[in-house]
Design a binder for this molecule. Sequence first.
Ligand code: AMP
Length: 199
Amino acid sequence: MKLTLLGAPGAGKGTQSDILSRKLGVPTISTGNILRSAIHDGTSVGLAAKSYIDKGQLVPDNVIIDIVQERLSKPDCANGFILDGMPRTIPQAEALIAHGIELDSVLSLEVSDEDIVERMAGRRVCPRCGASYHVRGTALIVRPDDAPETVRDRLHVYHEQTEPLKGFYEKLGLLHSVENVGSIEDVSREIFRSLGIVE
Ligand code: AMP
């Protein structure tokens, strides 16, 4: 299956794409993870991407399209893949089609902005000790772009540039929408049902 997950930042795309990946036996390709590892390694892609990510903006389409095209050409994607966080713009979706990358389904995970803001605040708690501040008094922020002001920018970018993809894929008959409410397991079950995956 060739699938992509749409959803606002913090909507649960990473969690659900990992579950789908195990279920379907195909790799998850997260453009956010690829970019973060490029930044960590100090590559030219990482250097180009960092200032956009830090500001909660989208990395330019041409950078993303090159990364994804290269990754999808690897042998482990031959039987399918799950894209997590790509496409995020109509030009990215059009580029996939232009490069002959045909998706079977598009899953939109729906969460209200209020819930997103609450969830992201929860992420700023140490997963090991539960503290929101460490001894040296610095606020613990798991990802720099999860800071509240950046989350607001990312939500704005999502509504403006990524949400129109729902209409784009609905017209192509590929869109499935699932509300991300309840436990992770309940949402997975609803996703499997919506995509016609036998449990
Ligand atoms: P994510 O981990 O998917 O939330 O992505 C983190 C950040 O990486 C985003 O806020 C963007 O700055 C950048 N990014 C990830 N995927 C894309 C994409 N498909 N297009 C543009 N920017 C992206």
